[in-house]
Every structure is written in C-alpha cells, then in structure tokens.
Design a protein around this ligand. Structure first.
Ligand code: ADP
Length: 349
C-alpha cells in the first residue's frame, strides 16, 4: 500500500516539476529565438548598409520586407538564415537535454521526498495496527474464560427457563465479541504476511465450510444446495484454513441475511484455469448504493427496511477480501434489493 502511495506521490511531484520546467523551457526558447533572429537580422543589414553607405535607425523593423528596398538584396541573407536555424536547433537540443536532466534528478528526489512525506503516516499506521493486535490479543483470554463459564453454567439442570435465556443471550454476545477480536487480529496482520500454501482439493475446504454453517442453516430452515461435486477433485494452491474461512464467511452472511425457509446455492466451475466459486442466496439483497462499500471495514448496510435483524460488526467481508488478496484471487458481488445476493470468487486453479 505504501509503495503504491509513494509511487503515486512521486508521479505527482514529477508532473508538477516537469510542467513548470516545460513551461519555462518554451518561454526561454521563444525569447532566445527572438533575440537570435534580431541579432542575425541586424548583423546582415548592418553589413549591407555599410556597403551602401546608408545610415541605419537604432530600431530595425523586424521583417526584411519592411526595410529599405536597397538593403533587401542581401547575398548573405540565405547563409544567415541557415546559420540562425542551426543556432535555434542547438538551443532546442540543449533545452531538451536540460529537461531530461531535470526529469532524472526530480524522479530520484521526488521518490525520496515522497518516502519522507509518507514515513510518519506509515509509522502511525504500524503503531495503530500493533495496538489493535495487542488489544485484541489481551481481550481473547477473558472472553474465552467468560465463554467457558457461561457454557458450563448453561449445562446446569436446575436453571429456570428465564435464567437459561439470559445466559444463552450472554453467550451469544460473548461469541460475537470473540468473532470481533478474532477478525480484528486477522485484519491487523499485514496482507503481505506469507501464508503457508499447499495444493488442496476444492472439495476439502468447501465441505469443511458447509459443515460449519449447517447447524445455523438448519435452525433457520434454509436449504443449503451443494453444486460443487463436478469440481470436487480440482486442485487449488492455497491455505486450507484461510480458504475454509473465506467460504464460511460468505455462507455465514448468506444464512444471516436470508429469511427463514430461504435457499443458498454453492456452485463451482472451472474456467480458463480458474476455479469460479459462486454463493447465491435469495435473501434481503444489498442496495446498489451499498455495494461499493461492503468490503470496507466496519461498513454495514442499513437493513432496517427488512424484517431480518442481524448483529455484526461489518468485518466479515473485509477479512474475506484480505484472504482473496493473499491468494491472488478476486471477489465480486451481484445483488438487487429483495432479490438475494451472489458472491463470486475467482481462484487460480
Ligand atoms: P456483518 O455481516 O458483520 O455486518 P460483513 O462485512 O460480513 O459484516 O458484511 C458487510 C455488510 O454487507 C453487511 O452488513 C450486510 O449489509 C451486507 N451483506 C453481506 N453479505 C450479504 C448477503 N449475503 N445478503 C445481504 N447483505 C449482505
């Protein structure tokens, strides 16, 4: 990200410097040409005037045609014009060379300067990421302890229905917090951080994700249609845990944003050495105005119009996007409000 920003800033510096340099070069060229023309013009006429004993005015008319006709027949005129052209060419070449040197120097200087300008921002971001990583890490231990004690308490047979409900709702909140800290931790790692990659069968990570999501889907009576058998043996290069998580995030969202009794279809096909994985639901869909932002951190579309109320922090798709980038894959989405959403992942197969 910083390399890109640095290069962009360098290009902007260069653009401004070269614009100024070219503007002044054109001005210099024009004024030098004018002076040269005047000088050569006067030299030629003075020579001829001397031969004819004519007194010249201090200021000469610029065009040959406007001066005394006796002076116009100059044998040396052609010679002088050729000489003048050569002088102009020399000026032009020197100015080109000068601009080339300015370009080379300002590229190097601009790149160094851009780096220095961005350095404090880079440091702040690194510190911010470290803080988020440390805070999330510290939060994980008490959250796990809380979760365990809630789960143990929920197993108590003497609990009244009311207490059980309260404890269950607490456990749901703690699970949500756990997801949040895990996602924050994942997002705080650099996207360049190397994941362990190996060749895996599509079926492996697809099945694992489906297994994770099945209980939630069953709870909402949502039909999970698995249409991936045709590519079950297709191999992809990737990190098995990350790919499982990618599919899980998309399936989890599909379940969350699809009303009871809905349908989710997971389809795969191989196209031009890419594995195309599609997750389509017939849920509440995403508004056109929200589509460009749903992969941004903490962005949540307004779902108040629909009956589906979902808690979340708007981090799932950011994590999905990060996994996609780490796998040099791509993700896109098609959706219409109330017509469901379709997420398409293109993975190098
Ligand atoms: P979260 O689900 O926790 O809000 P995400 O980053 O996973 O965060 O998703 C961002 C937003 O994208 C969601 O708030 C939701 O509005 C929208 N969204 C994602 N997936 C779907 C889907 N399958 N159907 C409808 N809306 C979706």
């Amino acid at each position: 990200m910083f390399k890109q920003a640095r290069l962009k800033l360098t290009v902007w510096y260069l653009f401004i410097i070269m614009l100024i340099s070219i503007f002044f070069s054109v001005l210099v060229y024009r004024s030098i040409s004018l002076e040269l023309e005047r000088g050569y013009h006067r030299a030629a006429i003075e020579e001829r005037a001397g031969e004819l004993n004519i007194n010249l005015p201090r200021q000469l008319p610029f065009k040959f045609e406007n001066i005394d006709p006796r002076l116009q027949n100059l044998a040396i005129r052609q010679l002088l014009i050729e000489d003048l052209q050569a002088a102009k060419k020399r000026v032009k070449n020197n100015l080109f060379l000068l601009n080339g040197v300015i370009l080379a120097i300002s590229t190097a200087a601009g790149y160094i300067l851009a780096g220095k300008t961005l350095e404090p921002i880079r440091h702040t971001l690194i510190k911010q990421k470290r803080f988020i990583a440390d805070a999330s890490h510290e939060l994980r231990t008490p959250i796990t302890a809380l979760k365990t004690s809630l789960e143990v308490n929920l197993r108590d047979r003497n609990l009244t229905a009311k207490t059980k409900n309260i404890l269950q709702s607490n456990l749901d909140d703690v699970n949500g917090l756990e997801r949040l800290t895990n996602n924050l931790l994942k997002l705080s790692h650099s996207p360049k951080q190397k994941l362990y990659f190996k060749k895996i069968k599509t079926d492996e990570f697809v099945r694992r994700a489906l297994k994770k999501i099945k209980p939630q889907a069953e709870k909402k009576k949502i039909k999970l249609v698995n249409q991936t058998k045709n590519t079950a043996g297709t191999m992809v290069q990737g990190n098995p845990e990350a790919l499982t998580e990618l599919v899980t995030i998309l399936l989890d969202n599909a379940v969350k944003y699809t009303p009871e009794g809905g349908r989710i279809a997971l389809t795969t096909k191989v196209n031009k050495k890419n594995l195309i994985l599609t997750i389509a639901d017939n849920g509440i869909g995403i508004d056109k105005k929200d589509l460009p932002y749903i992969f941004d951190r903490f962005y949540r579309a307004d779902t108040s119009r629909s009956k589906v109320k979902v808690s979340g922090f708007g981090l799932g798709l950011s994590v999905a996007k990060k996994i996609v980038v780490q796998h040099k894959a791509s993700i896109s989405v098609k959706s219409k409000i109330n017509k469901g959403a379709t997420f398409i992942i293109k993975l190098p197969a």
